[in-house]
Design a protein around this ligand. Structure first.
Ligand code: SF4
Ligand code: SF4
Length: 432
């Protein structure tokens, strides 16, 4: 980027930060809702404190130094503060702008930035998620052969959160393809279209995500199954890419915009895009992939708004189910009621909110890798809540939260299954 262009963008970014942060009246109503303020007990790690710091840096009366970056990096972007702010301060936009400003001046700031391996992985895989489809079988093969076992005990895993995350992944599942004789079988790639299996009511497009297309195949398969059974034909555009949330929240809005443009073109012909991970759903909505012609809808909300349930047999499950509400679903989409309603379709289910649902679990995109200490403190609270909830199932609508909590439960030896509400529903509807 030309130097002059860079300077202009930086000035624009600073002006935006000053204008928006001036909306904060320092009332402090957001403080009790902020997870980092709760665990760190420091004003600089509260929304009010961070906004004041952002204003100071953008106005030039505070230096943009490593200490400032640390307080910004510790923010989970959970947006709990934004959802309760009486003055409607757009905190999400503020922190993204600030991170872009930091990235712009990264060379001059001594702080922890991404490793070269991680940056390369992001470039190679997140920008081209179809490559992840090709790696799925190889990864599954290694998992089945227990070839990753030696890594579990290696010192490398202790040092790298990313590696730990990879070796802890449950057995990767395969996308199912619908055979012509109507029998569903596992395949390696997504079919471009999954036809409705009952009276046709409409058609939708499915957003696969990047990491989720490998780690959360169960939810994607379940969504296709339930939608097909309700009379919806599901299209899976092959040229869709990552939603860009990781780039947006790590100071690279230009890359996020590029991804949004590619998704706009991949989904241009569809009026409804179904998202199965609330974090991706928010990014698709806010990056302009949703428009007047195209709506982005979370799967639970969509399924609760459509007809066609009469005549569908759902096996009973007389169990208590704990419901986790991801920050993206609760604070931004405000769709947290729909997972409860969805699993209430299963006879016998007792859906109970997981205690502390107003606080982030610590997964927060790549936060659990970047800020492991704080992420672990927040996870500990969730694990205690699950223990007290004494249930066999925990449902959540965001894959990042699901994996973070499932790994924590597994390490504690707690036998609780973590799954998406639609996966539980599909199972009770007879999906094998
Ligand atoms: S609630 Fe809003 S106005 Fe009040 S301190 Fe927090 S961000 Fe500022
Ligand atoms: S986004 Fe979350 S962690 Fe960040 S300041 Fe707001 S409430 Fe705190």
């Amino acid at each position: 980027m030309l130097q002059l262009e860079k300077k202009l963008l930086s000035k624009l970014s600073k002006d935006l930060i000053i204008e928006e942060s001036n909306q904060c009246v320092s009332c402090g109503l957001c403080l009790p809702h902020c997870p980092t303020y709760r665990v760190l007990k420091s004003e600089a790690d509260s929304p009010r404190g961070r906004i004041a710091l952002m204003n100071g840096v953008a106005s030039g009366w505070i230096p943009l130094n490593a200490r400032f970056v640390q307080h910004m990096d510790r923010c989970l972007t959970c947006r709990a503060c934004e959802s309760v702010c009486p003055n409607r301060v757009s905190y999400g936009q503020l922190i993204d702008e600030t991170r872009a400003l930091i990235a712009d001046q990264a060379e001059s700031v001594a702080t922890i930035r991404k490793s070269t391996i991680r940056s390369a992985l992001e470039k190679l895989l997140l920008m081209q998620p179809a490559r992840l489809d090709r790696l799925r079988r190889l990864f599954r093969f290694l998992q089945k052969r227990k070839s990753l076992q030696w890594l579990r005990k290696s010192k490398l895993v202790e040092k790298s959160r990313l590696l730990k995350f990879i070796v802890q992944l449950p057995l990767v599942k395969l996308p199912y393809v619908v055979a012509t004789e109507g029998k569903n079988v596992a395949g390696n790639f997504w079919q471009p279209v999954y036809p409705a299996t009952s009276e046709v009511r409409g058609e939708v497009a499915l957003f696969l995500g990047c990491v989720a297309r490998v780690t959360d195949v169960a939810t994607l398969n379940a969504s296709i199954y339930v939608l097909n059974r309700l009379g919806y034909t599901v299209y899976v555009p092959s040229d869709q890419v990552c939603c860009g949330a990781i780039h947006q929240h790590s100071g690279d809005p230009e890359q996020a915009k590029k991804l949004a443009r590619r998704n706009q073109s991949a989904f241009a012909q569809f009026s409804t895009i179904i998202s199965t991970a609330s974090g991706c759903g928010v990014q698709l909505l806010e990056s302009g992939v949703a428009s007047d012609q195209t709506q982005v809808v979370d799967i639970s909300r969509f399924l609760m708004k459509v007809e066609g349930w009469e005549g569908i047999d759902i096996a009973s499950l007389p169990q208590k189910i704990l419901v986790h509400e991801p920050c993206s679903l609760r604070n931004v989409l405000r769709d947290q009621v729909y997972p409860y309603r969805l699993i209430a379709r299963i006879p016998g289910v007792e859906a109970v909110p997981l205690a502390g649902n107003d606080q982030c679990c610590g997964a927060a995109g790549t936060y659990f890798i970047d800020q492991p200490e704080i992420a672990d403190m927040l996870l500990k609270d969730k694990l205690n809540a699950v223990k007290e909830g004494a249930a066999q199932y925990l449902v959540t609508s965001n894959i990042g939260c699901a994996m973070h909590m499932a790994n924590g439960l597994c390490e504690q030896g707690m036998n609780v299954e973590v799954l998406h509400p639609v996966t539980l529903l599909a199972r009770q509807m007879g999906m094998k």
